[in-house]
Design a protein around this ligand. Structure first.
Ligand code: F6P
Length: 320
């Protein structure tokens, strides 16, 4: 394989730049040309492509976001859009494509490889950590630390006012950001889509905590359950304790990647190049038990996320 392309797609995630750097430098070291495709699949369809060099990825390992920009492409979801993309790939002589993104981006890569003679490999880049085949996705650890930082600050003000504080975090349908942040932040309650919760139980925990001398009460709510403002009102009505909601939003997507995310991104980027050099296609790379792996994309997308009730139960026990 002489020429590969790289794009970032879907929501950005800290560490995407470190992955781009790893793909570009590993690819060039292996004697390949690496073409940067801007604005995800939209940029591919529109031919927004340039050749990358070792120096074009200098000074980006520490930067959040993605230097290639990103987009969610409606056009690429259509067979006509993918045909246009294929034609552009042919014109630029791109034989293999590295896609950094989440499950939607991987589905695009899967379709492209099924319909045309383009080899694809996916690198998991999303703060949500919602891909079952890999223990971690690039950006999750940084987002988690951003949430923790916010929790620490909210603790100060919640303690001063002796309030209940609800923090709503991202993750789409996955509760991992809430679960891990709740455990690491010592939250009293964690509400995630994967575990049913009872409002009455929640209020009981708050009241019992207050009676036992807890000064404030922290609830981490996953956006997949959502409704932080209404929940705050409802809690205040039932418990009589002042309650505030904070929706962290897109702040969770920014910032300099943590060491963990930079190292993960560097290892996965190098592995993606290796997979293409071996002539494989329709693969996704990931990490399992600290080993870098590559998996069939169809298998990866069909896998169900493991249940993390052990972490949920641990957080509950330790919060008492
Ligand atoms: O998938 C990453 C993510 O940040 C989700 O956690 C969130 O639901 C979504 O993207 C937000 O998307 P947008 O940036 O398009 O508002």
């Amino acid at each position: 394989m002489r020429t590969i392309g790289i794009l970032t797609s879907g929501g950005d995630a800290p560490g995407m730049n470190a992955a781009i750097r790893a793909v570009v430098r590993s690819g060039i070291s292996s004697g390949m040309r690496v073409m940067g495709i801007q604005r995800g699949y939209n940029g591919l369809i529109n031919g927004e492509i340039y050749e990358m060099s070792r120096s074009s990825v200098s000074d980006i390992i520490q930067r959040g976001g993605t230097i290639l920009r990103t987009a969610r492409s409606e056009e690429f979801r259509t067979p006509e859009g993918r045909k246009k993309a294929y034609n552009v790939l042919k014109v630029f002589g791109i034989e293999g494509l590295v896609v950094i993104g989440g499950d939607g981006s991987f589905t695009g890569a899967q379709k492209l490889s099924q319909e045309f003679d383009i080899k694809t490999v996916g690198i998991p880049g999303t703060i949500d950590n919602d891909l079952a085949y890999t223990d971690y996705t690039i950006g999750f650890d940084t987002a988690l630390n951003t949430v923790l930082d916010a929790i620490n600050k909210l603790r100060d003000t919640s303690t001063s006012h002796e309030r209940v504080s609800i923090v709503e975090v991202m993750g789409r349908h996955c509760g991992d950001i809430a679960l891990y942040a709740g455990l690491a932040g010592g939250a009293e309650s964690i509400i995630i889509p994967e575990v049913d919760y009872s409002f009455d139980e929640l209020c009981k925990t708050i009241i019992e905590g207050k009676v036992r001398g807890k000064i404030h009460n922290l609830i981490i709510l996953a956006e997949g359950v959502g409704g932080a403002e209404e929940l705050a009102k409802h809690i205040e009505e039932v418990t009589g304790i002042e309650t505030r909601a904070t929706i962290l939003g897109h702040i969770q997507r920014g910032g300099s990647p943590t060491a963990f995310d930079r190292i993960l991104a560097s290892r996965l980027g190098a592995k993606a190049v290796e997979v293409l050099l071996e002539g494989k296609s329709q693969r996704v790379v990931g990490i399992r038990n600290n080993k870098i792996i590559d998996v069939d994309i169809n298998e990866a997308l069909a896998m169900q996320r493991e249940n993390k009730h052990d972490l949920y139960d641990l957080a509950k026990t330790l919060s008492y």
